[in-house]
Design a protein around this ligand. Structure first.
Ligand code: ZN
Length: 296
C-alpha cells in the first residue's frame, strides 16, 4: 500500500515536470540589440513610423535600450537627438555607424575607401546620445569579401578602438574577419547578426563561441531556434544554457513590416525566454547587451 502510494506521487511529479511549455513569459526589461530606423520608416518628413510611433512601440514592449543603426545614419541621429522623448519613453539609445548611405553600398562597402572615410568622419562627429559604440550592421553575401581592403581596415579600427561590430555574415566569414584583426579575434567584440541566418549547425556555432571569447550571437531570424509553442528547440536551449552570457535578442526592423509586427516579435522573445531559468532569461533579454555597453 505504501509503495503503491509512493509510485502515484512519483508519477504525478513526473507529469508536472514534463510540462515546460506552461512557463510564464519573461517579464523583465528587453535590450533590442539589432534595430534599424531606416529612411522608409521615417525620413524626418513623411513615413508611417515617426519617432513618437517607434518610441511608443519600444515603451509598451518593455524595451529599455536599443542598438540603433540606420540607412542612412540620419535615422540613428534622429533617435540620438531626441533625448527628452527617449528619456520619457525610458529608452537608452546605443548608436552604431551604419556603413550604408544607400542600397548600392551593400555590395561595395568592403572595397570602397569613401566608406572608410565616412566611418571616420561619423566617429569623430559622435552623437548627442554619446559616442558611437560600434560599426555595422554590414553584410557579406560572399564570405571571401571579408578580405576586402576596407573590410580589413574597419575590423582593425574596431579592434584598436574597442568598438563592437554587428555583422550579418556566414560562419566562414566570422573566421576571416577575426583573422584580419590585430588580436586575431581574441579581443574583437563581434555581434553575429542572426547567429548565422543561413543556418550554420549548432555545433559550428558552439565551436566559434569557444574560439572567440567576446563573440556574441544575436538571435533574430535564426533558423531552427524555436519549436513547438514558440519555445526553444532542445539543441538551442542547450547552447544558450552553455553560453548564457553570449547571446542577445533583436528586432531587425530592416523593412517597415518589422515595425508593424514589433509587438509580436517582442512577445515571441518573451515566450521562449520564459522557458529558461530566470537569470538566463534576464541575461539574454537585457544583461548581456547592457553589460557590453556599460548600461545600468
Ligand atoms: Zn539588420
Amino acid at each position: 500500500m505504501g509503495i503503491r502510494f509512493l509510485a502515484i506521487i512519483l508519477v504525478a511529479i513526473g507529469l508536472a515536470a514534463g510540462l515546460p511549455a506552461q512557463a510564464a513569459p519573461y517579464s523583465g526589461p528587453l535590450f533590442d540589440a539589432h534595430l534599424h530606423y531606416n529612411q522608409e520608416a521615417w525620413n524626418g518628413q513623411t513615413g508611417p513610423h515617426p519617432l513618437s510611433d517607434v518610441l511608443a512601440r519600444m515603451q509598451r514592449n518593455g524595451v529599455r535600450a536599443v542598438l540603433a543603426n540606420s540607412r542612412p545614419n540620419d535615422g540613428t541621429r534622429a533617435l540620438a537627438e531626441a533625448g527628452a522623448a527617449t528619456a520619457q519613453a525610458g529608452v537608452t539609445v546605443v548608436p552604431f555607424v551604419r556603413l550604408y548611405r544607400d542600397r548600392a553600398d551593400y555590395d561595395n562597402w568592403f572595397r570602397d575607401d569613401t566608406i572608410y572615410q565616412m566611418v571616420q568622419a561619423e566617429l569623430a562627429r559622435g552623437t548627442p546620445a554619446g559616442p558611437y559604440r560600434g560599426l555595422g550592421e554590414f553584410h557579406l553575401y560572399d564570405s571571401a569579401n571579408a578580405n576586402g581592403p576596407v573590410a580589413r581596415l574597419l575590423m582593425a579600427l574596431a579592434d584598436n578602438r574597442g568598438l563592437a561590430v554587428l555583422a550579418h555574415v556566414d560562419d566562414v566569414a566570422i573566421d576571416l574577419l577575426m583573422a584580419n584583426t590585430p588580436s586575431k579575434g581574441q579581443q574583437t567584440r563581434l555581434i553575429w547578426a542572426h547567429t548565422g541566418i543561413g543556418g550554420a549547425p549548432v555545433a559550428r556555432v558552439d565551436a566559434l563561441m569557444a574560439r572567440y571569447p567576446l563573440l556574441m550571437g544575436e538571435l533574430s531570424y535564426r533558423p531552427g531556434l524555436t519549436c513547438d509553442g514558440g519555445m526553444l528547440c532542445p539543441e538551442w536551449r542547450a547552447l544558450l544554457l552553455k553560453y548564457p552570457n553570449r547571446f542577445v535578442i533583436g528586432s531587425d526592423t530592416w523593412v517597415n513590416q518589422r515595425w508593424q509586427y514589433y509587438d509580436e516579435l517582442m512577445q515571441g522573445y518573451r515566450t521562449w525566454l520564459g522557458g529558461l531559468p530566470p537569470e538566463v532569461a534576464r541575461a539574454i533579454g537585457w544583461d548581456n547587451a547592457a553589460r557590453s555597453f556599460g548600461l545600468k
